[in-house]
Design a protein around this ligand. Structure first.
Ligand code: GLN
Length: 187
């Protein structure tokens, strides 16, 4: 997991529960040691600042172009996106536009069941969640909530507006682990 800020410990718990060894990534050297990456929820502007300070932006982009699977949740999805309404993108990997904190004050946080393609119902925790306002042609929607896409995949990149790691659902992490074993062109 990218372990700069946010709920990376919850991601570590999901990987451990899936039988994987979870490593904390804080430097380019750490990144070189992992097969895949989870980018946690938290505060996207803080994660972006720290990732720049730690010299991680180009190394992550390079690994992604080489086929490393990445799962981003909530703030993690925001930093993976190519376009952020009223904001600057960080990794520019996922061909979507996101609007931060888009669910409004009164429903800042809520839980819901999201029907995920090929997986069934996933318990989703939304905390000041972003909305995907635009999808590029290569982006597949894997799950929706209230008519909005909330889980998407583009090749070996997967991003959720919600937190499966807080709900304790490890199936998205298991799917990411499976992607690490898939040949690159199938991803
Ligand atoms: N609202 C946060 C942001 O814009 C994301 C919240 C979260 O990760 N739960 O970065």
């Amino acid at each position: 997991m990218l372990a700069l800020q946010g709920d990376f410990r919850e991601h570590a718990a999901m990987f451990a529960a899936s039988g994987a060894t979870a490593l904390l990534v804080r430097t380019p050297e750490d990144l070189a040691a992992v097969d895949l990456l989870a980018i946690p929820g938290g505060e996207s502007t803080t994660i972006a600042k720290l990732a720049r300070d730690h010299g991680l932006v180009d190394p992550i982009r390079r690994r992604a172009s080489e086929g490393m699977p990445i799962l981003g949740t909530c703030a993690g999805m925001i930093v993976m996106s190519k376009r952020i309404e009223d904001g600057e993108p960080l990794l520019s990997l996922l061909d979507v536009t996101v609007r931060r904190n888009a669910y409004g004050r009164q429903v800042d946080s809520f839980e819901a069941d999201v029907e995920v393609k090929g997986m069934g119902s996933v318990r989703a925790v939304f905390i000041r969640a972003p909305v995907i306002s635009e999808l590029g042609p290569a982006v597949e929607v894997l799950g929706e909530h209230g008519g909005q896409p909330v889980l998407v995949r583009q090749g070996k990149l997967m991003a959720a507006a919600f937190h499966p790691e807080i709900a304790g659902d490890k199936r998205l992490h298991e799917r990411l682990l499976a992607m690490a074993d898939e040949p690159r062109d199938r991803g």
